[in-house]
Design a binder for this molecule. Structure first.
Ligand SMILES: [Zn+2]
Length: 295
């Protein structure tokens, strides 16, 4: 769906092509892939250079988001994603950036109709939070009240207690870009996965205290190695997402597979040092040949 007015401020000014998931994530994925190319599971037969874009925001709103985005990319995303450090401080921009991502994904999924799985009675709350986050992003007043933003840095999974884990779990955890509105009978959160970091915008969560160590402070804080506790069932949710990604990638045509294979072989040393190889290598350590098969 193409917007005529800015989805955030409502102005009629010319709309820009906005990234739903910010473009620095796709730049990092490309730079750290063994082939130097990206593929997108939505269009597996096209090498997507630059992620999903939609005419959604005016230039002013785009610029507003850019300020927070640049701080986040330089102080949080790049240091963690390039594995320069595991510890980083954040300031006011962190929470605002995460609200902006959660809101973009919420708006995109609502407007594009990716919401058939959400129980009807939760929609009034979701629309209320859409407006609440818009007001916060535009005016930085009123706070975000009953909603929360959570942030989780991801790393290699070295061992598994589940016997039914998907065989692409490390490739999903470290490399996948994903987004969704996720709901159960009484809870809703917005899920945004930016390669090796995860942002969760809690819309309605009766037991938010089941998330330990992930909640962001609106002003400042620190991301550091620690024990994170996630609600029961969250690993099943992630496994399901990983399986869906693997299924989409199995649809890649043989011709495309050959092209990717040639791109790898052309520069095998580079490919072996890449982050995409590191993720694949860890899946092979866990699952052996199973890392390449459908499951
Ligand atoms: Zn605007």
């Amino acid at each position: 769906m193409a917007f005529k007015t800015c989805r955030l401020c409502g102005s009629n000014g010319g709309l820009r092509e906005s990234h739903v998931i910010p473009s620095f994530v796709f730049r990092w994925l490309k730079e750290t892939s063994g082939t130097g190319y990206l593929r997108n599971s939505r269009q597996p037969n096209l090498r997507v250079q630059d992620g999903l874009k939609i005419r959604m925001l005016c230039a002013d709103c785009e610029a507003r988001f850019n300020t927070w985005e640049t701080e986040f990319a330089n102080h949080v995303f790049y240091p963690l994603a390039y594995r320069k450090t595991h510890t980083t401080h954040y300031e006011y921009w962190m929470y605002r950036f995460c609200v902006s991502v959660s809101w973009r994904v919420l708006a995109f999924c609502l407007d594009e109709g990716h919401n058939a799985h959400i129980p009807d009675r939760l929609f009034p709350r979701i629309r209320e939070v859409d407006t609440l986050w818009q007001n916060f992003l535009l005016r930085d007043t009123g706070g975000t009240k009953t909603t929360e933003q959570h942030f989780l840095p991801l790393d290699i999974i070295e061992s598994l207690t589940h016997s039914d884990a998907p065989t692409n779990i490390n490739r999903y955890m470290l490399r996948a870009v994903d987004m969704d509105i996720v709901s159960s009978a009484d809870s809703v959160f917005v899920y945004s996965k930016l390669g090796p970091v995860m942002i969760l915008g809690l819309v309605e969560m009766p037991h938010a205290d089941q998330w330990v160590g992930t909640k962001l402070d609106p002003c400042s804080g620190i991301i550091r190695p620690r024990e994170y506790v996630l609600p029961a069932g969250f690993d099943d949710f992630i496994f399901d997402k990983a399986r869906k990604t693997a299924a989409a990638q199995d649809e890649v045509s043989q011709r495309q597979k050959d092209t990717i294979d040639r791109a790898y072989r052309k520069n095998i040393d580079y490919a072996a040092k890449s982050e995409s190889f590191r993720a694949l290598d860890q899946d092979v350590r866990l699952f052996g040949k199973g890392a390449f098969s459908k499951k």
